[in-house]
Design a protein around this ligand. Structure first.
Ligand code: PEP
Length: 251
């Protein structure tokens, strides 16, 4: 049985850590069956590891091991800061930083080889969706990132289905549509990794909030959420965590 993962992507925002932590469930109130991960900006990773009742990840990783790559942060540095996860191929990186499928693949490999778990983001644009290309686009992105991985490495990967048109839009994909795409993602994973596909988490991301999270998490192939805007406010984020805990109890 796959536990539910609730992950907050803070992007280039930094809520005050202690105040945020105070609003989050922890200790005896920690949600059962729910794994919490927060992705703060790089400079806040170490403090977030100390302050937040959650595991911590990085929003990006260099595909290089070390060297003359100004502005880049290596896997070893992230591990030293206490990160356990890294986002890879977020659509904002693909769009604003020209990250190609080839770079996404290198970053995913670098993360896995170093001991970080990659959350690999895939998703179609609005134009691709209108042309009926969603499944083809996603299948190509996943295959490019993962083909040839060992079963052990594949089991450490997390996929985030993030329709580009829903990110930061205030309107999510419908639970039915998101569930269907995540089912199609599971099929691609079965084709690539057979039985291991059942162990791989698939998250939905794109304007998930405390109102729509129950219906999204009720979809059999949606194993959690990658949440941007609603993860910046601990009350809103805690609302989603509570929904996830209820969904985990129902499993
Ligand atoms: C994201 O950036 O990964 C995301 C899902 O953002 P939002 O929840 O704001 O759509």
């Amino acid at each position: 049985m796959r536990e539910i993962i609730i992950a907050g992507n803070w992007k280039m925002n930094a809520p005050e850590l202690r105040a945020f932590a105070a609003g989050m469930p922890s200790g005896a109130n920690a949600p059962r069956g729910v794994r919490l991960i927060i992705f703060p900006p790089f400079p806040y990773i170490s403090a977030a590891v100390r302050e937040l009742p959650a595991e911590i990840g990085a929003q990006d990783i260099s595909e290089h091991e070390y060297g003359a790559y100004t502005g880049e942060v290596s896997a070893a540095m992230l591990l030293e800061s206490g990160a356990k996860y890294t986002l890879v191929g977020h659509s904002e990186r693909r769009r604003f930083h020209a990250e190609t499928d080839a770079i996404v693949r290198l970053k995913a490999r670098r993360a896995l080889d170093s001991g970080l778990r990659p959350i690999i983001c895939v998703g179609e644009t609005d134009a691709e969706r209108r042309r009926g290309e969603t499944q083809g686009v996603i299948s190509a992105q996943i295959t490019a990132a993962l083909e040839g991985l060992s079963r052990e490495d594949a089991a450490r990967v997390i996929i985030a289905y993030e329709p580009v048109w829903a990110i930061g839009a205030g309107v999510s994909a419908s639970p039915k549509d998101a569930g269907e795409v995540c089912r199609a993602i599971r099929e691609v994973l079965r084709y690539l990794f057979e039985d291991t596909a059942e162990d791989i988490h698939i998250l939905y991301g794109g304007s998930m909030n405390s109102m729509n999270s129950a219906a999204l998490l009720a979809q059999p192939d949606i194993d959690g959420g990658l949440i941007g805007s609603a993860s910046l406010d601990s009350d809103a984020f805690t609302g989603i965590i509570k929904t996830a805990a209820a969904a985990a109890a129902d499993h």
